[in-house]
Design a protein around this ligand. Structure first.
Ligand SMILES: [Zn+2]
Length: 304
């Protein structure tokens, strides 16, 4: 046995109004054999119990932006989620040398994105897992934005080898939907199977490269001088996540009916189009570029 992965954390409720992950955690707490594998048994955590209790995304700050190593060490950051991030750093970490080897963090989106496998590590274990799940679930989208693990402010970065966000939609905040629940559950099963194969046999065969999407920028809604939204997603763009946006294509339509078009020069792809969670920052959508992601050949010893 080539046992690499000893400790895996499955987390839900990082955003307290994304009930799918919360109910999967509850389900597995009562049926732990479903997530147990011969070479490890995952830990199950509600990441943000206070927000989950209130069925809110967060109480003071977005928990999933609090895990940058400098922020974890900053005692001035003492809001509800900033404190919770520090507690999770003690529970799962510490970040600079975590106890937990891998984090699988479950999220939902109100956007029409289907399943997204969101990762920012070029570690072979992370990319291999994403490729493995996409082989099993071909409609999944690979959402890849490389960042150093210590700089990453997402909960998934608390794993020694990194982690994976499984994000499924569309679903409204505060709701359950069986298809979203079942798809998330299936993806987590594949993720655990991948780690099990890694431990007891060898890294499963995956393609040398797959096509995915890399984050470029967030596009704000049009706003007035008071910072109030003065437009909305254009009807032709609504629901068209992961579809191409060409120069001159409509992005927004104002309250008075004026169309605002995409001014860039390259074809891009929309994601998180009209995501309810991003209205707190007046964000209308994210732009992505299509990229070929390579399965890295570096050794597993690298933990960056
Ligand atoms: Zn979320």
């Amino acid at each position: 046995m080539n046992k690499t992965i000893n400790t895996v954390a499955i987390t839900g409720g990082t955003h307290g109004n994304e009930l799918t992950g919360v109910y999967l955690i509850k389900h597995w707490q009562s049926q732990p054999q479903e997530v147990a594998r011969s070479s490890f048994t995952p830990e199950l955590h509600i990441a943000n119990p206070a927000a989950t209790q209130e069925v809110r995304r967060y109480v003071d700050q977005d928990l999933n932006r609090q895990f940058n190593i400098a922020d974890l060490a900053d005692p001035q950051l003492a809001g509800c989620e900033q404190q919770r991030a520090k507690a999770l750093n003690t529970l799962l970490g510490p970040k600079e040398g975590p106890r937990v080897d891998f984090v699988i963090d479950m999220h939902t989106t109100t956007a029409n994105m289907g399943m997204s496998l969101v990762f920012n590590s070029n570690h072979p274990l992370v990319i291999g897992m994403a490729f493995y799940i996409k082989q099993k679930m071909p409609n999944a989208n690979l959402f890849y934005s490389p960042t150093d693990r210590l700089e990453d402010n997402f909960l998934r970065s608390m794993g020694r080898f990194g982690g994976l966000v499984i994000e499924v939609g569309p679903i409204s905040q505060g709701l359950l939907n069986y298809q979203v629940y079942a798809d998330t559950r299936t993806a987590v099963m594949h993720a655990l199977d991948y780690l099990e194969l890694y431990n007891v046999e060898a890294p499963p065969e995956v393609p040398k490269a797959m096509t995915g999407y890399r984050f470029i920028e967030k596009i704000p809604f049009p706003t007035n001088d008071q910072g109030e939204i003065t437009g909305m997603i254009h009807p032709v763009l609504q629901g068209q996540d992961y579809q191409p946006i060409d120069p001159g294509d409509p992005l927004f339509i104002t309250l008075t009916g004026e169309t605002i078009v995409y001014q860039g020069v390259d074809t891009v792809y929309g994601a998180f189009i009209n995501e309810a969670a991003y209205y707190d920052r007046n964000i209308g959508l994210s732009l992505m570029e299509k990229v070929d992601i390579s399965y890295p050949t570096d050794s597993l010893d690298s933990t960056s």
